[in-house]
Design a protein around this ligand. Structure first.
Ligand SMILES: Cc1cc2nc3c(=O)[nH]c(=O)nc-3n(C[C@H](O)[C@H](O)[C@H](O)COP(=O)(O)O)c2cc1C
Length: 335
């Protein structure tokens, strides 16, 4: 029996729910084409960072100030300066080239943490051809003077600011560290998010004992990390008016199936593709299709969310009630 793998994400039709998450693999047109050939449903480009945009604007501003001191016509240089190959210009070119070269939806990614002029770039991504924007809010509330309310408001203002800058859908990639994740999810949607990408994976620093230095430590994920997104996708499915994307720990067809059963509209993958190459997309798509076919599922739409918290036989399994059961079930030969 043929299985209909189509899924809708941010109002876009995906041929299947596997999406290449932002990573170096989505940073060139060649690599993007390989992902498309392998069967990916959509791609998210690597992030353009707020710091990059702000830094360039500052440099341009300083150059103009300096120029205006030497020549009254200096400000007329400005239009030409726009065509310089800055990080932003390169990024917009990647968006445009990706849009022209691919038939799958292209999602541009912006990474920031403050509201401000930089969010105008969302419009330029749209004009360059992005089907949607993923806003990665990468912020750690490390200042003891920063209250939870203030931090949450900053997220909401940022989402509203990017939402106002563009007409294409905006998905928000967030960290899981909110006191009230479900409420925050609803508020992010009210602020203008058409989708939530759960979750941002912070690069955790480590201490190098030999060098006595602190260094960022980027490790690729394993399937064990999957369950954080699994829980929250299952809890939020059917409760918010927005798409849900899962990211973090999806490596095998089984991982993808679990996230779809929990209620994900798409499953984003980065580590597994970095480890196994773009062709791994094909393994995931075929594996999902085979499993669904064996169990007589007709479509992803039919299967999606059938084990979400609202639909599963044991809703408590997603909350505290199962904690005691889980602890009691642990056995060790030493205990
Ligand atoms: C080398 C590398 C680069 C990444 N770059 C970005 C990025 O630019 N923007 C972003 O939102 N996420 C970025 N990510 C995070 C991934 O998109 C993804 O959310 C995360 O790795 C969890 O998914 P995974 O378990 O499939 O790897 C990056 C991840 C890796 C490993």
């Amino acid at each position: 029996m043929s299985v209909d793998l189509k899924s809708r994400y941010l109002g876009l039709e995906l041929a299947n729910p596997i999406v290449a998450s932002a990573s170096p693999l989505t940073g060139s047109v060649d690599s993007l084409k390989r992902l498309q050939d392998a069967g990916v449903g959509a791609v998210v480009l690597p992030s353009l960072f707020e710091e990059q945009i702000e830094h360039e604007e500052m440099a341009t501003h300083n150059l103009m100030l300096y120029g205006s001191e030497v020549s009254p016509e200096a400000s007329s240089f400005f239009p030409e300066m726009r065509s310089y190959e800055t990080g932003t210009a390169k990024y917009l070119k990647l968006v445009g080239d990706a849009r022209k070269s691919l038939s799958v939806p292209v999602i541009a990614s912006l990474n920031g943490y403050t509201t401000g002029g930089w969010t105008r770039i969302a419009k330029q991504c749209e004009e360059a051809g992005a089907h949607a924007i993923e806003l990665n809010v990468y912020f750690l509330a490390a200042d003891p003077a920063d209250s939870a309310t203030a931090v949450e408001q900053r997220y909401l203002d940022l989402v509203a600011s990017v939402r106002a800058a563009t007409r294409v859908p905006v998905a928000v990639k967030v960290a899981p560290y909110f006191s009230a994740m479900a409420s925050m999810a609803v508020r992010l949607v009210k602020a203008g998010a058409s989708g939530l990408v759960l979750f941002n994976r912070f690069v955790q620093p480590d201490i190098m004992l030999d060098e006595l230095e602190v260094a960022p430590h980027l490790v690729l994920s394993t399937s064990d990390e999957l369950r954080l997104a699994l829980r929250w996708i299952a809890i939020l499915h059917g409760r918010i008016e927005a798409s849900l994307a899962a990211t973090g720990g999806a490596h095998t067809p089984e991982d993808v199936l679990k996230l779809l059963l929990a209620g994900a509209d798409c499953v984003m993958v980065a580590s597994s593709l970095l480890r196994l190459g773009p062709q791994h997309v094909g393994t995931l798509v075929r594996g999902v299709e085979a499993w669904m076919s064996e169990r007589d599922y007709e479509s992803v739409t039919q299967m999606k969310g059938s084990l979400s918290q609202q639909s599963c036989p044991d809703p408590d399994a997603f909350e505290r009630a199962n904690y005691m059961k889980a602890l009691k079930s642990y056995t060790s030969e030493f205990a």
